[in-house]
Design a protein around this ligand. Structure first.
Ligand SMILES: Nc1ncnc2c1ncn2[C@@H]1O[C@H](COP(=O)(O)OP(=O)(O)OP(=O)(O)O)[C@@H](O)[C@H]1O
Ligand SMILES: [Mg+2]
Length: 258
């Protein structure tokens, strides 16, 4: 019984005293200062911080795209040293392959992993359907809207069936209306295909709409200022009293820390 309980609460992601200093010809720049963070299985954690504070650098260290100067990241007990299929990434700039169709982009990771065509297209189709892009399988990125491109990015990350999804301001470049829609869509996708998620944003409404837990980050060098457990029922209402109350509380935290 005790073993069982311990197993259940072991975090999927463990960041332990992470630090990052970029060494450039112009001098050293400390960007991440001593961040420790645990993320539980299927938890939706939002990293919320101001522009240029080091959010992408932090997420890239979890992805294995950036090496830490000190400290460690483990995902499911494996030390992260390079990118891998355990972690799906949706980038801040969509970064689709322009010469590949929706299907080509979504199945790309499986192709690289040597999965046979029939099987990988079947799996890609499942995620294309999940993100609501059925009918656009043979469309190239240039013909897709910003929101649709992000859907392809999400399907592509999901298609390798990673344990962890890392999303770096995926809706930052969208107009307000599309952004709301995509927040609702991501919530639906996550409810349908639960994953452990780390999602980066500098938009407080977006953070409150999506998060089980919001980690408030300081300006650069980035460290954790405060955490908020968000236990509002889902799907959330942007204008409910509880939502607005939490928004005020988090705003107050930010204003007193900057
Ligand atoms: N490869 C690099 N070499 C040197 N400095 C870097 C490198 N990558 C990032 N930086 C610096 O680290 C700081 C944080 O950058 P980062 O992109 O992590 O912040 P961010 O919070 O994601 O910014 P944004 O809000 O614009 O997305 C910036 O000052 C940036 O110039
Ligand atoms: Mg960034």
């Amino acid at each position: 019984m005790q073993m069982e309980q311990r197993k259940k609460i072991e975090p999927v992601i463990q960041c332990d005293n992470l630090c990052k200093t970029f060494r450039t010809p112009g001098g050293d720049q400390e960007v991440i200062r001593n961040i420790s963070l645990d993320v539980q299985e299927n938890e939706f954690v939002v990293l919320f911080g101001p522009g240029q504070c080091g959010k992408t650098t932090f997420l890239n260290m979890i992805a294995g795209l950036e090496k830490s100067t000190a400290g460690t990241v483990t995902v499911s007990r494996k030390c992260v040293t390079e990118p891998g299929p355990q972690r799906g990434v949706v980038f801040q700039s969509v970064a689709l392959f322009p010469w590949l169709t929706t299907m080509g982009n979504v199945e790309y990771g499986l192709k690289m992993a040597g999965v046979k065509k029939e099987e990988r297209q079947k799996r890609a189709q499942k995620y294309i359907d999940l993100v609501g892009l059925q009918g656009f399988e043979n469309t190239f990125p240039v013909e897709l809207s910003g929101g649709m491109k992000q859907r392809v990015g999400i399907a592509r990350a999901y298609c390798i069936e990673p344990e962890v999804m890392l999303l770096d301001e995926p809706f930052g470049a969208l107009d307000a209306q599309t952004r709301y829609l995509m927040q609702e869509e991501l919530e639906r996708i996550w409810q349908t295909a639960k994953r452990t998620v780390v999602f980066v944003t500098n938009n407080i409404e977006e953070a409150l709409y999506l998060a089980d837990r919001i980690i408030v980050l300081s300006p650069c060098p980035c460290s954790i200022v405060k955490e908020f457990e968000i236990d509002l029922p889902r799907p959330r209402n942007y204008t409910s009293q509880e939502f607005l109350h939490l928004r005020k509380e988090i705003d107050a935290t930010i204003n007193s820390s900057t």
